[in-house]
Design a protein around this ligand. Sequence first.
Ligand SMILES: *Cc1c(COP(=O)(O)O)cnc(C)c1O
Length: 392
Amino acid sequence: MSRRPAVLGGPPLLADPLPMTRPTIVADDELFGHFGAIFDSGMLTNGPAVAEFERQVAAYLRVDDVIAVSSCTTGLMLVLRCLSASGSVILPSFTFMASGHAVRWNDLRPRFADCEPDTFTLDPQAVRNCSGDDVSVVLGVHTFGVPSDADELAQAAAARGAELIFDAAHGLGGRYRDGTRIGSKGLAEVFSLSPTKALSTGEGGLIATNDPGLAAELRLARNYGNPGDYDSRMIGLNARMTELAAAIGLRNLPLLDATLDRRRRLAGRYAETLATLPVRLQRVPDGTTPVYKDFTVLVTDEEFGLSRDQLAAALAAEGVSTRTYFDPPLHRQRAYTESAAQLPVTEMITRKCLTLPLYSHMPFDLVDRVCEAMALAYAHRHEIAATMGDER
Ligand SMILES: *Cc1c(COP(=O)(O)O)cnc(C)c1O
């Protein structure tokens, strides 16, 4: 390879920097027509678009009930509130902060458990081994869109007398090994529709459940706890989805499966092209259908000759944006420092995980460019490592 890496003074591979992600939202005359109808009706919230979106998502997921909310964060907060959870909640530390925040907002204690080293999802054995006799809920996460082992987690939760719920922020459209959609397991699964997710309504969330009692509580809770007579029955929130957000969802939901198909083909292209480089891919359990909310690899010094951060810097110089989710993990964030959890797998993954660019309408040749930038860094790894010195 005669080309010089940009980090060593060569020209960058990409003149226009490639973002890590960007939303794919169809906004056409059909959608704008719906917006017009909503404005004409004067009903910007609590209207028919949200109800129809909930009905369509429930049919897509094949679950009894879907409750649309303002975000995944508020959805998780309300699920924990409506379960009347007490004591502590077992959850992974390798997740987005909102998973933990929902626990703390309910004055519950987070107990962080380790994740599996290859799928990055909550390890059922770690749930069994986690200390604490006051655990009322286990909160799993479908990390980067890889379905958790929900059946094993259900057994681990049941053995402790705890309910199982999921932060399914990354999971809309994925399928478990038995073919059912993410959304159908545990007592409730909560999706996010924020802009980095595969289906976005700007901001928004969806709670899926087959428990009619919980569904009724959640509908009350997202509306201040007010059933309509202004005599609140609980300390709820305003966590409603707007009619405009629901209209975006209604227009884009029918396109989701094709979108996810494309994401899987982009991920397949990455896997194929990266096969010649010593990086490890997140494992997708056999028979499951992942979402590829993100395409994430593990980079180790010993194998790649560069640390994760050195590779990220080399890629940034080439115009390739990456992210280092979820570093620092929750138990080491300043808002959580009271926890002294021992989480060796989480510590390893957070230091070595690198998320590469992937968005639904990303051209395939840009996947090739990213891989080329990685191969270039690998070919010059000794020189790059020497230049960067101890920056790891
Ligand atoms: C994005 C995300 C959330 C938060 O979703 P919002 O809709 O922004 O509240 C929660 N958990 C995980 C794992 C996420 O990635």
